[in-house]
Ligand binder design. Structure first.
Ligand SMILES: Cc1ncc(COP(=O)(O)O)c(C=O)c1O
Length: 474
């Protein structure tokens, strides 16, 4: 191609971009030229002036230009073209060019995953009772920071020699904790650390589900679980819950997995009675199915401990899922699953293809706060605060909205309130929004018909804000 000179000084008015902190001069020159090329100010095939003239135009030394041009040649932005000198080697990449001009060739998984749309988090409200909000004020900042600092050196020392299940000492600490506190039957070999419950669900969904298989969920249920299971292409059957939780008789016989929240049904907060637990375990054994037990609220019980986990009754059929998202902070992305050894072996074998292993530093810090008693102390404090906040909310609702049937939750960060007959959720939401209050409706969490109800998260709000919020609703 014939090289064209862009303009008399050869630079089309390009001037040196402002320096970035600590940036070497030749890097800044290279960034300036790269930027001019990608924006099309220096177009493909146009010839750059000689090094000396370029240096003079940019106000830098010739050596600086030599270094910068050599780097851009190595990257392919510039190309040496025989006697013509240095020419621009790539076409411009305008912003509009950066977006492909055809629809993305998405996989069926991506299409299904995007259709699963999770929580609505937008809007600006004076009082926001919606679920899923972090409680930064209750985060054990000092204990967590100290644990991270103590463990940082050790995490670095591991030099990437990691176990896909997570460090053994963390799995030991978790096994001890779950056996003592949750009535689980766990050995460290049955534990895999995860990036929270969502990542556990994703890993399990990928190894157990595919188009043509069936997954069962409670109805209503946690949308994050339903979406992860549905994204595999499996059919997701929603089984209605009543005032005691899931009705085992309504389960599809052929499901491969059942996602269940027996300790504190999400979102209705009821605990599943022992007889139904036994029936579900028999159902799983009979159909070679696995129960994915999400124990999301257990550590945050307010008064009495929730019932022991189902995993303790049937370690062969129940996969226990736990998360520190609610009891520490969602940003830790720290959780675990407990599964029968053959399932753990499969997960350990497939994990190297995805995120390889959990973050070692967070895992060691978790073992530290568990073993030192800091986590237990933190929970004692948090439980008192959230129990009090729920009492305040229940009292405010009893006084201001007695027709809402608010159910006291035994654990967790929200309560469930059934609306009076004939009052649609949408009407309540519209009225609340006009008053600057946001709530979570239950209908979007249900596949079938569920009586109109609202979820009110309280743990992240001070007692004054809770009272003010309920006043606005009355
Ligand atoms: C029912 C339920 N399970 C699990 C989780 C935690 O998910 P993760 O550990 O991915 O943050 C939540 C958090 O909102 C939840 O509501």
């Amino acid at each position: 191609m014939e090289a064209v000179m862009p303009d008399p000084d050869g630079l089309n008015g390009v001037t040196l971009l402002p320096a970035l902190p600590g940036e070497a001069l030749h890097t800044r020159v290279a960034r300036t030229l790269r930027d001019a090329v990608t924006r099309g100010v220096l177009s493909e095939g146009s010839r750059l002036p000689g090094h000396r003239r370029l240096a003079a135009a940019l106000g830098v030394s010739r050596n600086t230009v030599v270094d910068a041009v050599a780097g851009l040649e190595a990257e392919g932005y510039l190309r040496v073209q025989g006697r013509s000198g240095t020419v621009v080697g790539v076409p411009a990449m305008h912003a509009s060019v950066a977006a492909p001009d055809a629809p993305l060739p998405l996989s069926a998984w991506a299409t299904r995953a995007l259709a699963g749309g999770l929580f609505d988090a937008g809007g600006d409200y004076a009082v926001d009772f919606r679920v899923g909000q972090p409680v930064p004020e209750l985060y054990p900042e000092a204990a967590w920071t100290a644990a991270l600092a103590r463990q940082a050196g050790r995490a670095v020392q591991s030099h990437g020699a990691f176990d896909p299940l997570g460090p053994l000492e963390t799995r030991r600490a978790l096994a001890a904790y779950l056996n003592a506190e949750r009535g689980a039957r766990v050995t460290p070999e049955m534990v895999m650390l995860t990036g929270g419950t969502q990542s556990a669900l994703d890993a399990l969904a990928r190894v157990f589900l595919e188009p043509g298989r069936v997954a069962a969920v409670e109805d209503p249920t946690y949308p994050g679980a339903r979406a992860a299971l549905a994204a595999t292409g499996a059919a997701v059957r929603a089984v209605a819950v009543d005032d005691c939780g899931l009705r085992p008789g309504a389960l599809p016989p052929q499901a491969t997995v059942l996602y269940l929240t027996p300790g504190c049904q999400y979102p209705t907060t009821v605990a599943l009675p022992a007889a139904r637990r036994a029936e579900l375990i028999a159902w799983a054994r009979h159909g070679n199915a696995f129960i994915l037990e999400d124990d999301y609220a257990a550590d945050l019980h307010h008064t009495a401990r929730p019932p022991s986990v189902m995993q303790g009754l049937a370690p062969d059929r129940v996969i226990l899922l736990g998360s520190f998202s609610k009891s520490l902070a969602p940003v830790t992305r720290s959780g675990f699953l407990v599964a029968p050894p053959p399932v753990v072996r499969v997960l350990a074998g497939t994990r190297p293809l995805t995120d390889r292993a959990p973050g070692t530093l967070d895992a060691l810090a978790l073992a530290d706060v568990l073993a030192s008693g800091a986590y237990a102390r933190h929970l004692r404090r948090v439980r008192q605060v959230i129990a009090h906040r729920q009492e305040v909310l229940l009292a405010a609702l009893a006084a201001g909205l007695p027709e809402w049937q608010a159910q006291p939750a035994r654990s967790g960060l929200h309560l469930y309130a059934r609306l009076p007959p004939g009052l649609p959720e949408q009407q309540v939401l519209r009225h609340a929004a006009r008053q600057g209050v946001a709530l979570t409706p239950v209908a979007p969490l249900a596949a079938g018909v569920h009586p109109p109800a609202m979820l009110l998260a309280f743990a992240h709000l001070t007692p004054e804000t809770i009272r003010a919020g309920v006043r606005r609703l009355t």
